[in-house]
Design a protein around this ligand. Structure first.
Ligand code: ADP
Ligand code: MG
Length: 722
């Protein structure tokens, strides 16, 4: 390693200081590196019991995760069945089945990796909950987690994925209605299923997993499931999570006295929720803090990875960063650094982990490191609780994650890099203690952790735009949305804003009811309401084929390949660039792809992601089917981009922005809230700066300045503002 950054030297100092303490104060210890240092030690709180004062809050040092006597690395050649029996949840198999049998709702709290997600659905199936054609559902907030756990469970059961065990995420249904008995799905997909089957009658048990994440869809789902339970007392719910406030969740599910006519049906079923906590088997984790605030967490990450790799015994490293961009950069920097630093850094495998990875890349992350190699996984907070990686001994916590924030005053929703909560920080640290005692390097100061970090995160419900949720609830016949039984209520301002936008789009009428047919059609389309509206209008304008193509591309994370040389990518984009903006540019890419006979070579040459384009084709076909079901005519406008722009504007007029008069740096103001925004460099309209644009999304690229950009713009046809 040529140059050491400041942060690294600080961490190294901390480390060496602590290591010295170890050798002097624990002469008889087995290994100086893994023995907890003689700082404050606290028994880790067993979820479900009274929460002790956590000493690391005040004084830092060591977090003691309840250790189990038997070390249980999965690295041996043990059979999957043996592996299953070794999981902490196995001991609780009978208790779980008993509680589910006797209670409407069972709340299960257990440390990440204890086997909740992969085992409980299998126990239920073994106990007969899927007999008679019934299905066991397990929801997850994240798509990647759905795919990954479903694959794992199919493997453990020795069945083909998509048959007895299947999964459904938006635009991807890997189930077989006749065969699938255990189904993993996102909470959003289950909400959608309620539109066709309001009582979710094919499910015998629904396990709502990762409830502590408090995702928008999870919260709505919990409110609705509570309602369903009153109509379907035989339905069993399992609420599972890592660090949930079990008591408050139990209070939420504490149903009022059953109505007399239902009394006879419950056969002694207890409506009071049961709470079970599964003891973890984590090991103690030493915590190291940066001595001074870290100004560049990417650099700090790189140097910390290198120092662990050079100085510490074998064991994999898990790094928590925020999103694909900084993860890709970190992977590249670490790879370069390790190539430059000579022999000692050989033997490192650096892998990214974020949603949108291909199956092959996911498998790499899960497969054990080859002998003598150290795996470094750079992840979003998906590895915080949703996915468990074996073999992790070192965790590096940047202290940030990407979070959605909605401001109802400016009516702008941003995905921003924001500080995590103490609950997340603890969860991240715990990932280091899975196979043996571990170490967690926090790239922030102890003072910051103790005094500034918030205790818990804010539920997504309270920091999101509610437009989609309002439509879903309305479509399910819930008219009094403010009176809905939310696990945590959204702000009235956000609700008013959502109603306003939906009214202006013609989706809600004067009585705040869904309009017919537009409102109901929008609710049927699994898309952002603005995109759905654009599709519906395109039917009248005769350009639905083109608009459906654009909508499919908007549903994919990115169709471009992220490359090192930004210039080459920009040049490639220019080949497709349309003066009308990004939407027409996308259409050009799609047409080019078709002309090339869907060639992967063509994609490669043009910096286009071939797999993303294949996915676009799939999504497009699905959207066409939904459109046909809704009675929309599929028509093409050929080369009339004027009508296409009218359709885009009809959906997105609420996101119109106007170039500031005399602006020299391309400053725009949004029409709705006069918020200052700029066109994102990735847009073909960057530097073109037309007078009017409509945008698809806003991102805030710098958390300190809170500067906003419009990453995707189209110049509307102002003459036809609808
Ligand atoms: P929990 O839901 O309690 O966090 P899981 O059921 O997800 O736990 O995981 C239990 C165990 O199964 C973990 O030890 C993990 O390593 C293993 N596991 C889960 N998913 C996979 C996978 N896709 N590949 C390999 N192992 C997995
Ligand atoms: Mg889980």
């Amino acid at each position: 390693m040529k140059s050491l950054s400041k942060t690294w030297s600080i961490l190294k100092d901390v480390y060496e200081k602590e290591a010295t303490k170890v050798t002097t104060s624990h002469q008889s210890s087995r290994s100086k590196l893994y023995t907890p240092i003689s700082l404050k030690m606290a028994q880790f709180w067993k979820p479900g019991t009274a929460k002790p004062r956590l000493l690391d809050d005040e004084e830092g040092g060591v977090l003691f995760y309840s250790a189990s006597p038997a070390s249980s690395s999965t690295y041996g050649h043990v059979s999957l069945e043996k592996e299953r029996q070794r999981l902490p949840v196995f001991k609780y198999r009978m208790s779980i089945l008993y509680l589910v049998e006797t209670h409407s709702t069972t709340i299960i709290v257990g440390e990440t990796g204890s086997g909740k997600t992969t085992q409980i659905p299998q126990y239920l199936k073994e106990a007969g909950w899927a007999d008679g054609g019934r299905i066991i559902a397990c929801t997850q907030p994240r798509r990647l987690a759905v795919q990954s756990v479903a694959a794992r469970v199919a493997e453990e059961m020795g069945v083909n994925l998509g048959e007895e065990v299947g999964y459904t995420i938006r635009f991807e249904d890997v189930t077989n209605p006749d065969l699938t008995r255990i189904k993993f799905l996102t909470d959003g997909v289950l909400l959608r299923e309620m539109m066709d089957d309001p009582l979710l009658s094919k499910y015998s048990v629904i396990m709502v997993d990762e409830a502590h994440e408090r995702s928008l869809s999870t919260d709505i789902l919990l409110g609705l499931l509570k309602k369903i339970q009153r109509r379907r007392p035989e339905l069993r719910l399992i609420i599972a999570s890592a660090t949930i406030e079990a008591k408050s969740m139990a209070a939420f599910f504490q149903t009022r006295k059953r109505r007399p006519q239902l009394e006879g049906e419950d056969h002694g079923l207890k409506t009071e929720p049961a709470i079970l906590s599964v003891e973890g088997r984590g090991f103690n984790v030493q915590i190291f803090y940066a001595e001074e605030p870290v100004s560049d967490y990417l650099r700090a990450t790189v140097s910390t990875v290198m120092s662990i790799h050079n100085k510490e015994p074998m064991g994999d490293i898990l790094v928590f960063l925020t999103g694909q961009d900084d993860i890709d950069t970190a992977v590249q920097l670490i790879t370069e650094e390790s190539q430059n630093s000579g022999k000692s850094s050989l033997g490192m495998i650096v892998l990214p982990l974020y949603s949108g990875l291909t199956r092959a890349d996911q498998d790499l992350v899960f497969s054990p490191s080859p002998r003598g190699k150290r795996k470094v996984v750079i992840s979003t907070n998906i590895a915080e609780t949703s996915l468990t990686l074996e073999g992790i001994v070192y965790v590096i916590d940047s202290g940030f994650s990407k979070q959605r924030f909605y401001n109802p005053i400016t009516d702008i929703e941003n995905l921003v890099v924001a500080p995590i909560s103490k609950a997340s920080a603890r969860q991240r640290a715990g990932r280091a203690g899975r196979v043996r005692p571990g170490k967690c390097y926090r790239l922030y100061t102890e003072d910051y952790f103790v005094n500034e970090m918030s205790l818990e995160g804010i539920p997504e419900m309270q920091r999101s735009n509610l437009v989609s949720s309002v439509i879903q609830l309305k479509a399910l016949g819930i008219d009094n949305i403010l009176g809905f039984d939310w696990p945590s209520s959204p702000s009235p301002e956000a609700m008013v804003r959502a109603l306003e936008v939906l009214y202006s789009l013609g989706i809600l009428d004067d009585d705040a009811k869904l309009t017919s047919p537009v409102g109901f059609q929008v609710a049927e389309l699994p898309l952002d309401p603005m995109i759905s509206k654009m599709i519906i209008v395109s039917d009248e304008l005769g350009c639905s084929e083109e608009i459906i193509t654009v909508s499919a591309i908007l549903s994919i994370q990115s169709i471009w390949i992220s490359v090192k040389g930004q210039r080459e990518l920009d040049e490639a984009k220019l080949r497709f660039a349309a003066s009308e903006g990004d939407h027409v540019t996308f259409l050009n890419v799609y047409r080019g792809f078709l002309q090339s006979n869907k060639s992967s070579k063509w994609c490669h040459k043009n910096f286009i992601n071939y797999h993303a384009m294949k996915k676009v084709m799939e999504v497009r076909e699905q959207l066409r089917r939904v459109a046909q079901r809704l009675g929309l005519a599929l028509k093409s406008c050929e080369n009339d981009m004027q009508v296409l722009r009218r359709a885009v504007t009809a959906g997105f007029f609420a996101n119109a922005c106007r170039l500031e008069p005399y602006s020299h740096n391309g400053t725009y103001k949004t029409l709705r809230s006069s918020q200052e925004v700029y066109i994102h460099p990735s847009s073909v309209l960057f530097r073109v700066n037309p007078k009017w644009v409509v945008y698809h999304s806003l991102v805030s690229t710098d958390p300190t300045t809170n500067e906003s950009y419009t990453p995707l713009g189209s110049e509307p046809n102002t003459g036809h503002l609808v």
